[in-house]
Write a protein that binds this ligand. Structure first.
Ligand SMILES: Cc1cc2nc3c(=O)[nH]c(=O)nc-3n(C[C@H](O)[C@H](O)[C@H](O)COP(=O)(O)OP(=O)(O)OC[C@H]3O[C@@H](n4cnc5c(N)ncnc54)[C@H](O)[C@@H]3O)c2cc1C
Length: 405
């Protein structure tokens, strides 16, 4: 079969890959997207167990891709406040969207909803979508790269983007190394009902077992993520619903009243994993293929969507300079833009997770005091909120703050 020639082939149709393909298509590039599985459609009757807290920068990107309004209609839940504490709620850290001049701090959205709106948009685009298909061979050459698939015609492109997740088979085919450090922890995920309103607030308590987040869902329930040692995660999954709910309620100090479990429970193993190089011959990594981070800050996908903005801006600039999209200089510019920032963020989440996990005497006091202190230092708090919003440092144009949010 003769290969199809495009400018960029994106492998992986999760949120990062689908957004990359759409953004490149909108920028006028010829694009192909290869995804192994048909995405599960949004289910109007069942809230997906996988939800994300999307930052204002991510929402700005989705607005520019023309999918944000459709996403709003699929049970997106806006949150305006964040509250973090350790033992005494009154000695915690809290801020609201007004601190950074926004109407909201972000949206809680379901994975299925996000994929649905992105894939609907792909269906309206010129992107050559190959699904289900997987890459079998990756053959970079002087002028282009050829990828052979397990079905359908091969693809030739100037550049291949690996957005195929933390276990990225394409990254392995291209020989790009990662340094995985398993946390020995899993994120226990469930939906719960509480007797008190979640108040459109993202809550997080640093419990002795690990960070426990309550994210507000549109139907009044909360989506919880409790990052705990693997053995405890297994134990929590085995508990009957009422016993699990009681454990979660106690750990959360009943901040939202009594807790009842509603729906499935799952545990996701956690790791810190950074790629040593983000680029290689005619390949660039994006999203979890480049970085898997601790979920305590809810930033994994938000970092991935900033990668999308940076990569697209780099390729637009290369095209304006008539440069080869897959040339080492082009790719290094993208790597320089994102690798350092992501490493700093990943290590900061790692440090915070470690600090709150440690039993060293004195640290309990220091942690509580630290949170209370930051709470009183408005400029520090604003800087923190600015980072969480995705607006710190060099922000790609696609992710920049919208004039009218
Ligand atoms: C418990 C938990 C909570 C989290 N909460 C948040 C949060 O609140 N906010 C946030 O920003 N992030 C959060 N994250 C992180 C977020 O889940 C990831 O960063 C995000 O899903 C990465 O998206 P991605 O598109 O890079 O990869 P993925 O979502 O893994 O998508 C990869 C895609 O590639 C496809 N694929 C894989 N192999 C192949 C192949 N060989 N060929 C073709 N296709 C292939 C897969 O089918 C998949 O569709 C959380 C993570 C965890 C574990």
């Amino acid at each position: 079969m003769s290969p199809r020639r495009v400018e960029v082939a994106v492998v992986g149709g999760g949120a990062v890959g689908a957004a990359t393909a759409l953004a490149l298509d909108q920028a006028g590039f010829a694009v192909a997207l290869v995804e192994g599985l048909h995405p599960a459609p949004f289910d109007p009757d069942r809230v997906d167990a996988r939800v994300y807290a999307l930052s204002p920068a991510s929402l700005a990107l989705l607005a520019r891709l023309g999918v944000r309004d459709a996403l709003a209609a699929l049970r997106a839940s806006r949150y305006t406040r964040m509250q973090v504490w350790q033992d005494q709620p009154e000695r915690g850290l809290g801020f609201d969207a007004g601190l950074i001049g926004e109407r909201e701090l972000g949206w809680i959205v379901e994975d299925a909803a996000l994929r649905q709106v992105l894939w609907d948009a792909l269906g309206r685009s010129r992107v050559d979508v190959r699904v289900p298909a997987r890459v079998e061979r990756f053959e970079p050459g002087a002028n282009d790269v050829r990828i052979a698939l397990d079905g359908g015609a091969p693809i030739r492109a100037s550049l291949v983007v690996a957005a195929d997740g933390a276990d990225s088979p394409l990254r392995a085919l291209a020989g790009l190394a990662v340094d995985p450090v398993p946390y020995g922890e899993s994120g226990v995920v469930a939906h719960v009902r509480t007797t008190r309103s979640h108040e459109s607030t993202a809550w997080q308590r640093f419990t002795p077992e690990g960070p426990l987040a309550f994210l507000p869902l549109a139907d009044g329930r909360s989506s919880i993520v409790w990052s705990v040692r693997d053995a405890l995660a297994r134990e929590l999954l085995r508990l009957p619903d009422d016993a699990f709910a009681a454990r979660v309620g106690d750990a959360f100090q009943h901040r939202l009243g009594e807790v009842a479990v509603d729906g499935e429970r799952l545990a996701v193993p956690l790791r810190l994993q950074l790629a040593r190089r983000w680029v290689g011959p005619r390949i660039a990594l994006a999203g979890d293929a480049a970085h898997a981070v601790h979920p305590l800050a809810g930033q994994g996908l938000n970092l991935g969507l900033l990668d999308v903005g940076a990569l697209v801006a780099t390729l637009v600039e290369a095209r304006e300079g008539r440069a080869d999209l897959g040339a080492p200089d082009t790719l290094r510019a993208y790597e320089r833009w994102r690798q350092g920032d992501v490493a700093i963020a990943a290590r900061a989440f790692d440090l915070i997770a470690g600090l709150f996990r440690s039993d060293v005497p004195g640290l309990t006091w220091l942690r509580a005091t630290g949170l209370a202190l930051v709470d009183r230092l408005t400029p520090v708090k604003r800087e923190f909120a600015w980072h969480a919003a995705g607006f710190a440092g060099r922000v790609p144009p696609l992710c920049a703050r919208l004039a009218t949010p």
